[in-house]
Design a protein around this ligand. Sequence first.
Ligand SMILES: *[C@@H]1O[C@H](CO)[C@@H](O)[C@H](O)[C@H]1NC(C)=O
Ligand SMILES: *[C@@H]1O[C@H](CO)[C@@H](O)[C@H](O)[C@H]1NC(C)=O
Ligand SMILES: *[C@@H]1O[C@H](CO)[C@@H](O)[C@H](O)[C@H]1NC(C)=O
Ligand SMILES: *[C@@H]1O[C@H](CO)[C@@H](O)[C@H](O)[C@H]1NC(C)=O
Ligand SMILES: *[C@@H]1O[C@H](CO)[C@@H](O)[C@H](O)[C@H]1NC(C)=O
Ligand SMILES: *[C@@H]1O[C@H](CO)[C@@H](O)[C@H](O)[C@H]1NC(C)=O
Ligand SMILES: *[C@@H]1O[C@H](CO)[C@@H](O)[C@H](O)[C@H]1NC(C)=O
Ligand SMILES: *[C@@H]1O[C@H](CO)[C@@H](O)[C@H](O)[C@H]1NC(C)=O
Ligand SMILES: *[C@@H]1O[C@H](CO)[C@@H](O)[C@H](O)[C@H]1NC(C)=O
Ligand SMILES: *[C@@H]1O[C@H](CO)[C@@H](O)[C@H](O)[C@H]1NC(C)=O
Ligand SMILES: *[C@@H]1O[C@H](CO)[C@@H](O)[C@H](O)[C@H]1NC(C)=O
Length: 760
Amino acid sequence: MIVKTLSTFASWHVGLLTLAYGQNAVSWDLGAGFELTGSVRGLQIKDEQQEIWTATLPFVSASAGNDSVVGSSGSLDITKVDDHTCTGQSITSLQNVAWEGSTTRSAVQVSGLLQGCGDYETSYALTFWVPDDLQDRVAFYLDIAGSADTANPLKKLYFRYHSYENEDFYGLGAQASFASLKNQSIPIFSREQGVGRGDGPVTSYGNENGSFSGGNRFTTYTAIPSYISTDGKVVYLSEKSTALAYFDFTDPNAVSIRYDSLSVDGMFMRANNMFDAVEMLTAYTGRMPKLPKWVDSGAILGIQGGQSKVRSIVEEGLSLGCPIAGVWLQDWCGTHSQEGPYINISRLWWNWENDEALYPTWPDFVQDLRDSYNVRTLSYINTFLANVSTKPDGFRRNLYKEASALQYFVQNTTTNSTAIISSGPGLEAGIIDLTNDGLRSWFAEVITTNVWGANISGFMTDFGEYTPVTSDTRLANTVSDAFFFHNQYPTLWAQYQREIVEELELQGEAVLFHRSAAMSSNRYMNLFWAGDQNVDFGVHDGVKSAVTIMAHMGLSGYSQSHSDVGGYYDVLTYEGFNVTRSAELLGRWGEMAAVSSSVFRSHEGNIPSVNAQFYSNSSTYEYYAHNARMFASLAPYRRMILDTECALKGWPLLRHPVMYHTNDVRARQVCYQSFYLGPKLYVAPVLDPQTFELSVYLPGDNTYTHVWTGHIYSGGQDVTVPTPYGKPAVFLVGSASDVPELKTFLDFVKQENMTRALVE
Ligand SMILES: *[C@@H]1O[C@H](CO)[C@@H](O)[C@H](O)[C@H]1NC(C)=O
Ligand SMILES: *[C@@H]1O[C@H](CO)[C@@H](O)[C@H](O)[C@H]1NC(C)=O
Ligand SMILES: *[C@@H]1O[C@H](CO)[C@@H](O)[C@H](O)[C@H]1NC(C)=O
Ligand SMILES: *[C@@H]1O[C@H](CO)[C@@H](O)[C@H](O)[C@H]1NC(C)=O
Ligand SMILES: *[C@@H]1O[C@H](CO)[C@@H](O)[C@H](O)[C@H]1NC(C)=O
Ligand SMILES: *[C@@H]1O[C@H](CO)[C@@H](O)[C@H](O)[C@H]1NC(C)=O
Ligand SMILES: *[C@@H]1O[C@H](CO)[C@@H](O)[C@H](O)[C@H]1NC(C)=O
Ligand SMILES: *[C@@H]1O[C@H](CO)[C@@H](O)[C@H](O)[C@H]1NC(C)=O
Ligand SMILES: *[C@@H]1O[C@H](CO)[C@@H](O)[C@H](O)[C@H]1NC(C)=O
Ligand SMILES: *[C@@H]1O[C@H](CO)[C@@H](O)[C@H](O)[C@H]1NC(C)=O
Ligand SMILES: *[C@@H]1O[C@H](CO)[C@@H](O)[C@H](O)[C@H]1NC(C)=O
């Protein structure tokens, strides 16, 4: 073991920060061309060309106090608590230590003291190495010793490093409210994203009376601690680092990670551009498994209501020239009524078998849709089982009862029974405990027999955010406490379902779409779904946010995503406002999906009777069919990208403009206004009502050909283009003659280049 000690480090404190960087510097070879330099100012890591990571003292801190997480039904509100935050940091030594998994079998360890943690001090060790299996990056492990203050034990760590005013940040999962995340402090915690998230009166309505169901601009289903900056820097926490984290970008000159534990590990790296950055990120997380080809050919119709309704809507669509790839029948398991303002809301019975009233001949019905119309069927499951003993039309197995008896649910040690979650009146359920081996084999059998028993092609794989965080939570088999475990569940859920798909050898057929995700969940799901948006044009929770989410997910390693066409949440109130879906929103959402998403799937919404539906009348259905044809016409182009850039490099299909125009300030600020679909199409969807022309920013020095008019524009300007119904602003980037895969789309444009009264 080599120890290089700088005498100045031992007594060094913040007041000496003015010393020049490099004075008394010592350098360490980390291996694979990386070098760590330590000086009295701080630390810096470089590769052969450039700086990767720099930190100036103090860069480590800690605080006492338990963060408070309160709420119910997945709507969890976090209050940060920081007591006795350490006020100083010293470095006492840098040394080489033996290190498993390092390319040099050793690591460089920086140790020192944290001072002024209340009346106490403590020590820390920060270790850097180049991982043997990923030699283009530097791993770190920060470990803070507990303090001697047993009354106020340290609970959280802070880790801070350099940034500067013009470094912008993207990723961190399903972020729905911001373009660059600079100036924000982003929590990494899986929970309900909320109904409203800051939009309109609906948010404060949901957040009334101590509830947090409205959420805010930071609430999201995902807990993905990885970002990519405009400098090509990638930073992530490891898969095992699942505690609540905050990535704080509010200081223009620093990034600060606040983490709810005293040790954390992760990696730093720097790519030449944001594309290479995604490739580097997904070299660690893994890449999404392939989507089966059948999804390319048309719409997946979200319908509820039983066999005869489904059949007649499919037949009507085919007669209207709507390409139909499949139907998505979430009510296959039956529904029950929940009282709401004005109208009862229909909820699903979370007991995974077909409902004999709605779908009496389910397996035959599914097979017949396939054989008669070439239409696939998707169904629905989630992480819960509900007590169906009161289901009026009966059941064959009460899975809740079976699982309760076997203690297969997450347990509550206060009641010494199942930890119950409520999803409104009459819907009480247990959360399956995926750490329980017994549950895993029992539930796999249920899924294989009951769910995959019919010839379906996948399902919505809902939820994953609800594991309780309180200390009276008991899981069968984990070393983590419930709070720390919480963010592990989404990946366990995706991995578990993927294993069943592989066991059944259905990889070439199955589509499983999830909304919850954590680090590396992308390895196990072939489709991300943007979750439950409101049925409106809102920025934070309406159609616009679906685009923002897909863009940030793309920079988090999720190449394949989509949203509910038409949105999900209706809200009826006695307070003078409702949120219900217009035919116009449904049409515009369908246009957006057609030119942005890897799958085109609609949802009826949570109160179907108050919404415009694609099957409401021939006018809505024709608009939907037009959008489905537009989606299908892009199939060869999309498939080329999915099979190459997405599969091999993890690049997203929908690309935030910053990826191509990293130094363009305007491009960096785009939230939902425009994006690239692969390299050759630039899209500005219409996401506002009554908008028949759109001003679009065209970045860079490309030429842009507006497909509907043929006008050619040069980049670096704002242009205004007509956007009648059915014609989102789509531009060819550069020449299209070299992209034969776009021919079907350009043929569609020619054939359907008339302005039609798609909304009446
Ligand atoms: C903080 O949480 C720990 C469990 O992690 C618990 O033992 C302790 O009582 C809590 N402290 C306070 C002040 O609530
Ligand atoms: C962050 O704040 C600075 C200073 O107010 C501002 O110039 C910059 O545009 C902001 N960036 C973002 C992405 O909000
Ligand atoms: C909040 O409580 C008030 C008073 O009881 C009630 O009038 C209101 O409807 C409640 N709001 C919601 C969203 O439940
Ligand atoms: C509405 O729901 C309540 C509670 O489940 C139920 O008692 C009532 O019959 C339902 N009404 C209708 C019209 O379905
Ligand atoms: C299910 O609900 C019924 C009716 O409310 C109740 O009698 C039964 O105990 C419940 N089963 C379990 C396992 O909790
Ligand atoms: C919890 O229940 C189990 C079996 O149902 C029983 O053996 C055990 O004594 C109970 N523990 C407590 C603390 O009530
Ligand atoms: C356990 O049950 C008690 C009493 O109902 C409740 O206060 C607590 O939040 C529950 N905890 C969990 C983990 O479900
Ligand atoms: C599902 O249907 C397809 C098309 O008819 C058929 O080829 C396949 O064998 C069926 N699979 C099962 C498991 O029945
Ligand atoms: C909200 O919807 C209900 C049910 O359709 C209706 O009776 C009520 O008038 C609506 N409220 C507003 C403000 O439109
Ligand atoms: C079709 O249904 C939509 C949504 O309910 C409605 O807005 C529109 O007026 C209807 N059009 C016709 C021609 O009935
Ligand atoms: C589409 O129609 C418009 C208006 O009639 C016309 O100006 C334009 O050239 C047409 N575009 C294509 C690509 O055919």
